[in-house]
Design a protein around this ligand. Structure first.
Ligand code: ATP
Length: 382
């Protein structure tokens, strides 16, 4: 087993360009995150409240997103995905590490320093019900960001809003309607139109479809895909579901308790996962067809116990308390995120005792969930 853990390279703290991805993914690095950390203080004591601990929500992560690329960030609830998204959009102040956007260090930039790039980084939220002001018309909601930023498009804001409604598959005549007059999928389309209003270069989409019906999810993901391809917008797509990210992201990073434990090309992650945790997550999603009508169903792995507290994470490898392969070394030594023997370039894994790269499936061999397979054919407005 020890032979498997040969670390062939440890110099890829900033991840390389996607391999074999579409031409629009070959752009310059738009966003580079290095050693990003967010610890939330835990207060306790009476009568004087003091800091008694730290929630290690995000603990030293590295990632990069190239212009036009879609990067998926996946993991169970509480692993730090949303915090990462909020740090990148600077809704939160990092405890440590750097966020570089188009070559500019924005980790601790003030509001004034951020102003010129505020419009370039937009966010789409999980809940299309609570993220839209119920008292504003769709027209106001979508033109709001233009107003705040003093942007007057050619032909006026109303014309631009109508164009945006059309782009996201809504009827431009519905300009004066209110959010409650739309379905869940349509509301998320309004959220997408609002995010597009300022012509962003990067959209952080935090679980944009988790609150929607599976059939509607496919349509909204399809819309985001279209937007990405046609407008060349890069995405950081946050999801707890590997199945959803698979359709959208060219590269995928898997998070566990504040750390990235595996990252790589989508195909490499889905067909040759090396980290036991990625195996466990994948065992819950589509089967792999190995040809000749044979199906290599991944054995469903049920993880023992709960995710440990991020206030006192396990020593060494944070996944070890739930890992069937854990040995003494896992408690003593934190495994670095590196390219291990047998991995493609750019596929990095943080594990002392990785799984064998057994599943050799081609992209077209993966059997899709029928509802999500609708994506391949395109969907209508939800
Ligand atoms: N403002 C905060 N104060 C204290 N702890 C926080 C705060 N925000 C998040 N946390 C904690 O940080 C950890 C990571 O939370 P985060 O929301 O980033 O995870 P997540 O992977 O996005 O999960 P979910 O999908 O449930 O939102 C959790 O333990 C959470 O309770």
């Amino acid at each position: 087993m020890a032979g498997q853990e040969e670390h062939v390279k440890n110099e890829e703290s900033v991840l390389p360009a996607p391999r074999g991805a579409g031409a629009d993914a070959e752009g310059d690095p738009l966003l580079v995150v290095a050693g990003l950390t967010k610890h939330f203080p835990v207060k306790g004591g009476f009568p004087i409240r003091r800091t008694v601990g730290q929630v290690q929500a995000v603990d030293g992560i590295d990632l990069s997103v190239r212009a036009g690329e879609s990067f998926g960030l996946v993991g169970e609830s509480g692993c730090g995905k949303s915090t990462t998204g909020r740090l990148i959009t600077r809704l939160l102040e990092p405890t440590a590490g750097t966020i570089t956007y188009r070559g500019q260090d924005i980790s601790h930039a003030s509001r004034r320093q951020l102003a010129p790039i505020r419009s370039e980084i937009q966010m789409i939220f999980q809940d299309p019900y609570s993220s839209l002001n119920p008292r504003q018309t769709v027209g106001r909601i979508i033109s709001g960001p233009m107003e705040v930023n003093g942007i007057e498009p050619e032909g006026g804001r109303e014309k631009r809003v109508r164009e945006l409604l059309e782009i996201v598959g809504l009827n431009p005549e519905h300009y004066n309607r209110f959010p409650h007059e739309f379905s869940g999928g349509q509301r998320q389309r309004i959220g997408v139109a609002r995010a597009l209003a300022l012509e962003p270069k990067l959209i952080v989409a935090d679980e944009p479809v988790s609150a929607l019906d599976v059939s509607i999810q496919a349509q909204v993901v399809n819309l985001l895909q279209q937007v990405r391809q046609e407008l060349g917008i890069a995405f950081l797509f946050i999801a707890h579901d590997l199945a959803v990210v698979r359709h959208f992201s060219q590269r995928v990073a898997v998070m566990y308790l504040g750390k990235i434990i595996e990252v790589g090309d989508r195909d490499s992650i889905y067909t040759r996962p090396r980290h036991p945790y990625t195996h466990a997550l994948l065992s819950a999603v589509p089967e792999v067809n190995v040809g000749d009508g044979e199906t290599a169903a991944r054995e469903r792995i049920r993880l023992a116990g709960d995710v440990p507290s991020p206030i006192a994470p396990p020593s060494g490898c944070r996944f070890r308390t739930r890992c069937w392969k854990a040995q003494d070394r896992c408690a003593a030594e934190e495994p670095p995120l590196v390219r291990i023997s047998g991995n493609h370039a750019g596929h990095l894994t943080a594990c002392h005792f990785p799984e064998e790269p057994t599943i050799e499936a081609r992209e077209e061999d993966i059997v899709l969930d029928p509802a999500l397979a609708a994506l391949e054919e395109g969907g209508s407005a939800g």
